[in-house]
Design a protein around this ligand. Structure first.
Ligand code: WQD
Length: 335
């Protein structure tokens, strides 16, 4: 009986990043052996807690194949990518080279090392502004940025590797990842983030700025945009279950990973105020170009195929994010 792919080690590219580091911890808690490949360009070494870290680039075919052989890698999760939507429209070549061509180099090295199960970090942004909510997996692919296009392209490249070389993959289309680990050990780095939850925590904890709410005149109950905020621990769990699904022989598929619940910007600020016991200082600002008025997932297919569903809601997201960022502020003040 050949070794089942879930008996081997998981190579996690980008495992020193936000969702990657939470997924590494979930894999270890599930008893999986892990090795992380990260360039540390954006990731943080201290976020890799209980797995070996190989510092390098996904383009480096020799490094990937030697890592796979030395660590008995049988499955891979590919997080490593640039993800700044605005930047992707200013310097697209960075995104074509790293997100797309880098994934091709990585897949080639994996196949050369006998790795045929890949979970890919995709995004709900491949659908752009959804015409219908909740969003299902057969919604039109309509990227509205170079970043989103790079995710849609890699999904198609993985599909074709399935046709030409027997690669099987699960592309997980994340909705809005947020929150921090329940034990407070890892969380999001707010340094460069443009996302709502970290920026709301910054306005609340640093008290040196007001959060800009990008528009309160949308066709929604309170006028602000609606999103599907999903706890990073739930996202991590979806990756563990996707590898098990591939280990069982599951076919190539793209899956929405969201809670199925839509929350507005003001819902997030209200939940934050309840948790922190004080309000987030904010001001209403002009709408942000490219913002869909509402998007949230239909997570039914992931539940059916993976036996996965989100266990946490908006309150745990803001509770863990607040605790994490408050501890980070104290840590940096302590010097
Ligand atoms: C959320 C809501 C803003 C900041 C992003 C990426 C997307 C995907 C998911 C990776 C919106 C509002 C935000 C602020 C605000 N990531 N907002 N003031 O744009 O929904 O999606 O994460 O795959 O690619 O773009 O997330 O956190 O930027 O915005 O009012 O200072 O919060 O208008 O309605 P977004 P976000």
């Amino acid at each position: 009986m050949g070794m089942n792919s879930i008996d081997g080690t998981v190579l996690v590219t980008g495992g020193a990043g936000y969702i990657g580091s939470h997924t590494v911890r979930s894999l270890r808690e599930a008893g999986r052996e892990v090795v992380v490949l990260d360039s540390l360009e954006l990731g943080r070494r201290e976020a890799v807690i209980d797995a070996p870290l190989v510092v390098g680039d996904i383009h480096d075919r020799d490094l990937v194949t030697s890592t796979c052989h030395e660590h008995n890698v049988t499955q891979m999760i590919h997080f490593a990518a640039y993800k700044a939507v605005g930047e992707s429209m200013e310097v697209p070549a960075k995104y074509w080279r790293n997100n797309v061509a880098g994934s091709v180099d990585l897949v080639e090295a994996c196949l050369a090392s006998g790795v045929h199960d890949i979970v890919f970090s995709s995004s709900c942004s491949v659908n752009g502004t959804p015409a219908v909510v909740p969003v299902t997996e057969d919604a039109p692919i309509h990227p509205e940025s170079v970043y989103a296009e790079s995710k849609a392209m890699v999904e198609r490249i993985l599909y074709w590797y399935g046709q030409t070389s027997g690669l099987r993959s699960v592309s997980l289309r994340y909705f809005n990842a947020a929150g921090a680990s329940f034990d407070g050990r890892i969380g999001e780095d707010w340094t460069h983030s443009q996302n709502l939850v970290p920026l709301a925590m910054k306005a609340l904890l640093l008290r040196d700025r007001r959060l800009k709410v990008f528009g309160d005149d949308y066709e929604t109950p309170d006028g602000t945009c609606i999103r599907d905020y999903i706890h990073v621990a739930d996202l991590a769990d979806a990756h563990v279950k996707a590898l098990d699904y591939l280990g069982r022989g599951g076919r190539t598929v793209a899956l929405n990973v969201g809670t199925g619940v839509g929350s507005s910007v003001l819902d997030v600020l209200k939940a934050t105020a309840e948790v922190a016991g004080e309000s987030v200082p904010y001001e209403i600002a002009p709408r942000r170009a490219g913002d869909p008025v509402a998007t949230f997932a239909d997570p039914g297919l992931a539940e059916t195929l993976l036996g996965w569903r989100a266990a946490h809601g908006l309150r745990e997201i803001v509770q863990t994010a607040y605790a994490w960022h408050r501890s980070e502020v104290r840590r940096h003040r302590a010097g």
